[in-house]
Design a binder for this molecule. Structure first.
Ligand code: ADP
Ligand code: ZN
Ligand code: ZN
Length: 708
């Protein structure tokens, strides 16, 4: 206790939430009468405001001071410190230092933004109140350390995987003792849906819990957390489990975060933001569906939670398991080169097979029918069979609304959005034309706005239309639709999923929302009615995403061994011979990955190169382009310019949204190091250029971008 001791006033570096463009990057110096340990929360003045900051680590004595060192007289004193809260650990601070530096943001901005919002608003007294409440909650839900529930006998493949995991950990612990250990190697667990991956996570978690450690499990979607939480809760009845995701109330989020930080929660389940959970006794990280694009944050610090999980495991020297039926090509390549250990579960549990793939060639349809119906006759017949047997079917189409465009056959008018370079989607339910980019919405016109023709027609298929066509073709079927429109109200999704589980639905129609994770037992048919668009996308990752999506959708069918034999996945395509579909036909991810990696290598794309995107937004194309071109000229003068390629600016795939023009410029390097150095040297100039280019609204750097 240092209070009352009149020690000399000391300097503290404090990370505050100030974005880099305000000119404040590094933590700021303050004066304090108390020597607070790094990781403590304090309130500090900044300008006219008082905000919460985190005491950061002092710079090493030999570090180059960035900018000038201010004399004590120029520094302001800290305010109140939140001493009730144990400091955030060194490893947590190092994770945040890394994340901020790698994704080119200020450490204070990232560190404060990943804390529960309420924590930043509490003063010391309020915090005490919250902690009391937490202790009450912990007491009320006392965990008596009861032994874990019954668990199934491991299958031979699972036993093999766990034995290998054990052997890996033992070997690493042994080399640790000799002081030669690097971090344990990340494990890539490759296995189709239903192959028993989750059981492996549970066993690995049990191992860590038995050693008194905490376990972090990441899932891509909020909707998947309750299901997984229930499974973990059932198994680990004597242990406290909390979830962390953006669907919690601010109070729940603070409570759960505090429970993890204080070590009272032993299992933390969450979406990407949970990778930053404070867990002082962390012993294992699991990243389920590691390939999922949702792990990448799409604004602010554009971090990849999967990649940060791997880094965090390395920092904390704990195992990390990345699980997937269709690993990202980055992870797959790491396994090929030996950086990751690949463990496989090649079969479904209980001998169930993956559904048989039926590729239906749309060219066989009479031309006119192909354009107007979403469903070919043979697929309808297959759906009818399921109906008769009392089995369920799932049909997905990645477009919500009734039709993506409304069109006038007389003059060629189309339902363009006046504010975006995109069409407004026709929603029949509420008779609107709605832009999915800016939200601009109007009632559907009765006649063509340009020529007055009364006969304007919807072009193409959306989920609403598919639902309507199904109801017309199979009037006896109970059809339900799940997409962002049908689940807008709180609780709607849960209710709809509940109805599917209860057998009250025969055919479930929806967007890719329905392909993820949900454990539907009675589904024996899955159909993708229009998956072709992704084959011709300009985004080099589109085929990888499509393959993953289709495999994942296939995984919804035949989960019960009893029905697996008659389970089918249907694909309606105009390109039945496409190599992607042919590998899918054989459920052959390895062949697909091999051919994709060969293409990437010859084109010099990731994982054979490293990318960043510089994005710019302005009212005019010229303003955005001017900024990017000036930025490119400056990049050319930097020391690493020889090894880093800066491509010319191009419009983003939807170039204009809400009257803002959006351009991007690709930056590519064969080495991560050169790319990182260039970005660091570039940043200050980009901030300066922003001030010079008055027309520019926003710019951002995206390191390892997912969508190009
Ligand atoms: P995945 O995570 O790969 O989809 P799961 O771990 O969920 O696979 O396993 C699929 C199903 O098989 C689940 O219902 C699970 O309870 C069951 N299961 C998993 N492992 C075993 C086992 N060793 N013995 C019996 N059932 C198992
Ligand atoms: Zn017209
Ligand atoms: Zn719009």
């Amino acid at each position: 206790d240092l209070s009352g001791v009149s020690n000399p006033i000391c300097r503290l570096r404090v990370a505050v939430d100030a974005p880099q463009h305000s000119g404040i990057g590094a933590p700021l110096d303050y004066l304090s009468e108390q020597a607070l340990p790094p990781g403590s929360l304090v309130q500090v003045p900044l300008g006219k405001r008082e905000l919460t900051g985190i005491v950061w680590d002092p710079l090493p004595a030999d570090a180059d001071a960035e900018g000038q060192v201010l004399p004590d007289t120029a520094l302001r004193p800290i305010g109140q410190a939140l001493l009730e809260l144990p400091p955030l650990t060194l490893n947590w601070r190092r994770l945040l230092d890394f994340a901020a530096s790698y994704y080119q943001r200020s450490v204070g901005e990232v560190a404060l933004s990943v804390l529960p919002p309420q924590l930043r608003e509490l003063d010391a007294k309020q915090l005490q109140g919250r902690l009391k409440k937490l202790h009450k909650w912990v007491e009320a839900e006392a965990k008596d350390g009861a032994p874990s529930a019954q668990r199934p006998e491991l299958s031979p493949a699972q036993a093999e995987v766990l034995a290998q995991l054990d052997a890996l950990l033992l070997a690493e612990r042994a080399s640790d003792a000799t002081g030669s250990a690097p971090g344990p190697a990340p494990v890539l667990l490759h296995g189709v849906t239903g192959s028993g991956k989750t059981e492996v996570y549970l066993r690995a978690a049990e191992h860590a819990l038995n050693q008194g450690r905490q376990v972090l499990v990441l899932v891509p979607e909020i909707n998947l957390t309750p299901q997984l939480e229930a499974r973990f809760a059932e198994r680990f009845q004597g242990h406290r489990i909390v979830s962390l995701h953006s669907g919690l109330t601010p109070a729940q989020r603070l409570r759960n975060w505090l429970a993890a930080h204080l070590g009272q929660a032993e299992l933390v389940l969450g979406t990407r933001l949970a990778v930053f959970a404070s867990m002082p006794r962390l012993g294992l990280i699991v990243v389920d569906e590691e390939h999922d694009p949702s792990y990448k944050q799409q604004d602010g610090a554009r971090y990849s939670a999967r990649d940060l999980a791997v880094y965090r495991a390395h920092l904390e020297r704990v195992p990390v398991i990345l699980g997937s039926a269709t690993p990202s090509l980055e992870s797959w390549q790491h396994a090929n080169t030996g950086r990751y250990r690949r463990l496989a579960l090649p079969q479904r549990i209980g001998g169930g097979a993956m559904p048989r793939l039926r590729i239906y060639d749309m060219n066989l349809l009479p031309r006119k029918q192909g354009v107007t119906t979403a469903l070919a006759q043979p697929l309808l017949a297959a759906l009818r069979e399921r109906l008769q047997r009392g089995e369920q079917s799932l049909i997905f189409l990645n477009r919500r609304g009734y039709a993506p465009v409304l069109h006038c056959g007389e003059c060629g008018w189309k339902s363009e959005c006046p504010h975006c370079s995109a069409y407004r989607v026709f929603h029949k339910g509420d008779r609107t034309l709605r832009c999915h980019h800016c939200g601009f919405s109007e009632r559907v016109p009765r006649a063509c706005p340009d020529c007055g023709n009364q006969d304007i027609a919807p072009l193409g298929q959306g989920t609403e239309r598919l639902e309507e066509q199904l109801a017309a073709a199979l009037p006896e079927a109970r059809v339900a639709r799940i997409d962002a429109d049908s689940t807008r109200l709180k609780g709607a999704l849960e209710a709809q999923l509940g109805a599917v589980h209860a057998g009250e639905v025969d055919i479930l129609v929806g967007t890719q929302m329905i392909t993820k994770g949900h454990d539907f037992r009675r589904i024996t048919l899955v159909a993708a009615v229009n998956p072709d668009a992704a084959l011709f996308s300009s985004d080099f990752r589109a085929p990888e995403r499509l393959f993953a999506l289709l495999m994942q959708a296939a995984g919804r069918a035949g989960r019960d061994a009893e029905v697996a034999a008659r389970s089918e996945m249907w694909l309606q395509t105009w390109h039945p011979q496409h190599a992607l579909y042919q590998s899918l036909l054989r459920h052959d991810f390895e062949a697909f990955a091999k051919s994709q990696l060969a293409e990437r290598e010859s084109a010099g794309l990731p994982p054979y190169s490293h990318l960043a995107l510089l994005r710019a937004e302005a009212r005019t194309v010229e303003a955005a382009q001017g900024f990017l071109e000036a930025a490119a000229r400056h990049a050319g003068t930097l020391p690493d310019a020889q090894t880093v390629l800066v491509y010319p600016p191009v419009p983003m795939s939807v170039a204009r949204v809400a009257n803002v023009e959006r351009l991007q410029m690709l930056v590519e390097s064969p080495t991560r190091g050169a790319l990182q150095r260039l970005l660091w040297q570039w940043m200050p100039e980009l901030h300066a250029l922003k001030r010079e280019h008055k027309g520019l609204l926003r710019w951002a750097v995206d390191v390892d971008p997912l969508a190009i």
